[in-house]
Design a binder for this molecule. Structure first.
Ligand code: RRO
Length: 294
């Protein structure tokens, strides 16, 4: 299949920041490359300057979900290009690099410098991080989001995916605005805002007080947003939010996604992407057989 002119062996991606391919390579060795769980790999979001991230604790498990407040720790653009990119370039699938800027100028620098690297097939603009205030500002408003995309559109020839926030008042309006501004694809959804109380103290559990909720708990919300965005736009959608089985993946494709991404499920089982691909293939074979018999 194709995504924005890039050949993919299948439709299963990872959600940005949910699978550390460099750590997995250290743990599993070259077996990771032989049995890579995804058909394209999306990096953790990077910023221009390096960041330490939010204070711990950073994770809380809920019934059918996970709340994270990681806070974008990363080596910054120079550190990423020097030490992460060469390792990610060894993965056997196309590479998508996720970037976030605190201003449009910052975003422009990131897009230009990442986009000029041959190892990078596509870029994802994360205008939806729930754990840093300005992450949500750009993505929550159709005009702000469109201005950001217009600005960076001129900075690279590579396809631009925009990661939408589910907490916009009208995510489909943001989607339509960024499509108009030159986005080549959309990915959705990022996490929903959530919080947890430390049962021992009654104080907020997470070091940053609040975080982003992911996992099966948000699947129905994600499916509705994919459906709403699909009906307002024509560019390819990468659907995600609690996908844990081939059946879940098929539901997102039925709602209008071209690709799907696995996130929280990979924390439980790092090979989940491969299993979901297999289950999806079996399901579509069964559906073809059924329709041939009709
Ligand atoms: O790093 C994070 O805390 C984070 C990011 Br950038 C994001 O986009 N979504 C999320 O749930 N966490």
């Amino acid at each position: 299949m194709m995504l924005c002119g890039v050949e993919l062996r299948g439709p299963v991606l990872n959600g940005s920041g949910t699978f550390d391919a460099i750590a997995a390579r250290r743990t599993f060795g070259d077996a990771l490359l032989d049995e890579f769980p995804f058909d394209a790999f999306v990096s953790k979001t990077i910023t221009l300057e390096q960041r330490a991230g939010n204070p711990p604790p950073r994770l809380w498990e809920t019934p059918a979900g996970l709340i994270n407040s990681i806070g974008l720790p990363n080596k910054g653009l120079d550190g990423f290009l020097a030490s992460d990119l060469p390792q990610l370039a060894e993965l056997p699938v196309p590479l998508i690099v996720s970037v976030m800027g605190f201003t449009r100028d910052e975003l422009a620098v990131l897009v230009e410098r990442v986009g000029e690297r041959d190892e990078v097939a596509l870029l994802e603009l994360n205008v939806s991080c729930p754990n840093v205030e300005t992450g949500l500002v750009m993505g929550a408003d159709p005009d702000e989001a469109a201005r950001a995309v217009e600005r960076v559109r001129a900075c690279t020839q590579k396809p631009l995916i925009v990661k939408l926030t589910p907490t916009a008042q009208d995510p489909a309006a943001v989607a339509a605005a960024v499509e108009e501004a030159g986005a080549d694809a959309l990915s959705l959804i990022n996490t929903l805002k959530g919080m947890a109380i430390d049962p021992g103290t009654g104080a907020p559990w997470l070091g940053a007080r609040t975080g982003g909720l992911s996992g099966p708990a948000i699947r129905a919300v994600a499916l509705e947003q994919v459906d709403a965005v699909a009906r307002r736009t024509r560019i390819p959608l990468i659907g995600m939010g609690g996908i844990a089985t081939g059946r879940d993946a098929a539901d997102f494709l039925a709602a209008g996604a071209s690709c799907i991404a696995v996130g929280t499920e990979s924390f439980r089982d790092p090979a989940a992407g491969r299993r979901i691909s297999r289950e999806l293939q079996l399901l579509s074979r069964k559906e073809r057989e059924l329709s041939a018999r009709k």
